[in-house]
Each structure stands twice: as structure tokens, then as C-alpha cells.
Design a protein around this ligand. Structure first.
Ligand code: GLV
Ligand code: MG
Length: 336
């Protein structure tokens, strides 16, 4: 987990060609909003979309959300001007550039260098603008480790199911849903886990892509719950109606969150006060590995705005070796 965990439970795609959607996006409850210059914008509308996106970034009202722009991919004729014009004119309002169709580390290195040039030219803080790299074809997946290591600006790897399905020849048009006829449990498991491991190996967030059937909230909830359980930090949403379902799927449950905070307190108490590496919390033994797991859940819960209602109270002496089951040292104390 990155030191300072930022919530990216829901990442809302907003076509840069639609002034109405750009205006509306500000008030929505997505953790991240990205203004799209790529596949949601027709070739003839790319230049106008750039101007809309610059104006939207320079206007206030994003209210603490992460704000990103998805530029066209590094192999297109639009990419260099997307980056140069948007970052020069509106870099201050930008947390990250989303780079689609990353097929190898060279794409990320190109963007990293361009951002560095613009920062020098405009007096922007060096290295502040992050990169989220979309892994959405067979080549990108085959090189995902090299991509994840390509720049200190990288913040996240993002799975792009639509392009990925096309790239590997998956016989389905239902993006984000399971392809009919597949007898395994999850046709996306391999790319999802491959991307997750590469992301974590380099301290990056891992984001799942979109679920295109906007009206199928049950299907969306099931897909989001599955990648959240796997360890993903969030998922793209294409419509305001998808935001709540996805935010909920990627927030830890209140009980898990409370438990995680108690584990952290109890572990801290026992390791510092009693120099014990393992101790009881209620009827469960906790140790360094429990602390690491608790850190993940607590960080996700805090970033999602969850609040504790229980405090840890030490309740006498004992340890994993000495305390009888159930007579743990730290018991949750309700605070009402
Ligand atoms: C997103 O860009 C996708 O291809 O699914
Ligand atoms: Mg795509």
C-alpha cells in the first residue's frame, strides 16, 4: 500500500466533447473524475474537446476529487498536443494523466519526459503530476512489470477490459461481464491478478475498468465486489448511476474497518508496552502479518471516510503464549 492512500473507489469517465457532462461531473460523488480525450471523443471532435477540458480544469469546483485527463495513446497523432496543450494551460488543476493502450515501458517514459519538460517550462512542481497507465492489450499485459517500473510518476495501473477483450479475441460483446459459454469462474481473472501483482510490486494502485451495461446495477455490483475482494482499489464508472454501487463495493464494511483499527492499536500496544510480537485480541491471535492486513483495510476505510465508534482499551496482562482463549488483552470498548 502506498504511504498516503488516496481513495480511487469510483473513477468517473467524462467525455471531453460534452460540455453538459463536464459541468455535471463536478457535483458527483466519484472519488476520481477523468476528462476523456480518447475513445469517448470522435476524431473530428478531438481539438474542440481539448479546449473544453482545459476550461473545465481551470474552473473551480472539483471539491477535493482526484482530477485526471485521459489523453490519446502515445502512438497517435493527437497524443503530444493533448499533453502539451492541456498540461501547459491547465496543469495546476491536474492530478494525473491517464495514458491508454500502453504496450510497453517506452510509452510511459515518453510521457514522463514530456511532463518534465512542461514542468520546467511553466515553473510547475517537478514530478507532481502522476501517470495512470491503462493495460488493455496482450502486449501491454506481457510487459506489465516493465511498465509498472517505468516512472516514479506512476500512481496506478488500470485494466481496460473492452480493448483487452478485442486484443485477445474474447468472443463477447458484454464488456466487464462474463462471456457466455465460458465454463471457468472468471474470464478476467488472469489479467486482473497479473496487473494487481505488478501494481503492488511497485507500490501502485490497481483499478478495474468499466462495466458497459449501465442499466444492470446487479451485474455491476457483482463485478465490482469480485475485484474489490481480489484487492483492487476501485473501478471505472461511465454513468452517475453507477457511482454509489461502486463506492460501496470498494469501501470496507464498517465491522471490518473497526476491527482493523483495533488490531493496529492492540498490536502497537503489545509490541511497545510488552515487547510481544504476538498477542490476543478477543479470541484471535494477532501478529505482524495481521498488522499488515489491518493496515490495508484501515487505510481504505479512512480514505473512504469511515469513522470508528470503538476504541482499544488494554485489559491487563497476557500474550499469545499466556492468555487463555477469550481473555485477550485488548477488548473493543464501545463508545456509543
Ligand atoms: C477502457 O478503456 C477499455 O478499453 O475497457
Ligand atoms: Mg480502452
Amino acid at each position: 500500500m502506498p504511504e498516503e492512500y488516496r481513495s480511487r473507489r469510483s473513477c468517473l469517465a467524462v467525455p471531453g466533447s460534452s460540455q453538459r457532462f463536464l459541468d455535471k461531473a463536478r457535483g458527483l460523488a466519484a472519488d476520481e473524475v477523468f476528462l476523456d480525450l480518447e475513445d469517448a471523443v470522435a476524431p473530428a471532435a478531438k481539438e474542440a474537446a481539448r479546449r473544453n477540458v482545459i476550461a473545465a480544469l481551470n474552473a473551480d469546483g472539483w471539491g477535493g476529487k482526484l482530477v485526471a485527463v485521459r489523453v490519446n495513446d502515445a502512438a497517435t497523432r493527437w497524443a503530444y498536443r493533448d499533453v502539451a496543450e492541456v498540461v501547459t494551460a491547465a496543469g495546476r488543476g491536474l492530478d494525473a494523466i491517464i495514458l491508454p493502450k500502453v504496450t510497453g515501458p517506452g510509452h510511459v517514459i515518453w510521457l514522463d519526459l514530456m511532463l518534465g519538460q512542461i514542468e520546467q517550462d511553466t515553473g510547475g512542481e517537478a514530478g507532481r503530476i502522476g501517470i495512470e497507465a491503462q493495460i488493455e492489450d496482450a502486449r501491454g499485459l506481457a510487459q506489465v512489470d516493465e511498465i509498472a517500473a517505468a516512472s516514479p510518476r506512476l500512481r496506478a495501473l488500470v485494466f481496460g477490459p473492452a480493448d483487452f477483450m478485442a486484443s485477445v479475441g474474447m468472443r463477447s460483446l458484454r464488456v466487464g461481464a462474463q462471456p457466455a459459454g465460458y465454463v471457468g469462474s472468471d474470464a478476467y481473472h488472469y489479467p486482473l491478478l497479473r496487473i494487481l501483482v505488478a501494481a503492488r510490486a511497485h507500490g501502485l494502485a490497481a483499478i478495474d475498468g468499466p462495466y458497459l451495461a449501465i442499466g444492470d446495477l446487479d451485474g455491476l455490483a457483482a463485478a465490482a465486489a469480485s475485484t474489490a475482494a481480489l484487492g483492487y482499489d476501485g473501478k471505472w464508472v461511465l454513468h452517475p448511476g453507477q457511482i454509489d454501487v461502486v463506492n460501496q463495493a470498494f469501501s470496507p464494511g464498517q465491522d471490518d474497518y473497526e476491527r482493523a483499527e483495533l488490531i493496529l492499536d492492540a498490536y502497537r500496544y503489545h509490541t511497545t508496552e510488552h515487547h510481544r510480537g504476538a498477542a490476543m485480541l478477543g479470541d484471535e491471535m494477532i501478529d505482524e502479518a495481521s498488522r499488515k492486513l489491518a493496515l490495508v483495510v484501515a487505510a481504505k476505510g479512512r480514505a473512504a471516510g469511515l469513522r470508528r465508534s470503538q476504541r482499544f482499551e488494554s485489559a491487563g496482562e497476557g500474550s499469545a503464549e499466556h492468555a487463555p482463549r477469550g481473555e485477550g488483552l485488548g477488548q473493543p470498548a464501545g463508545q456509543g
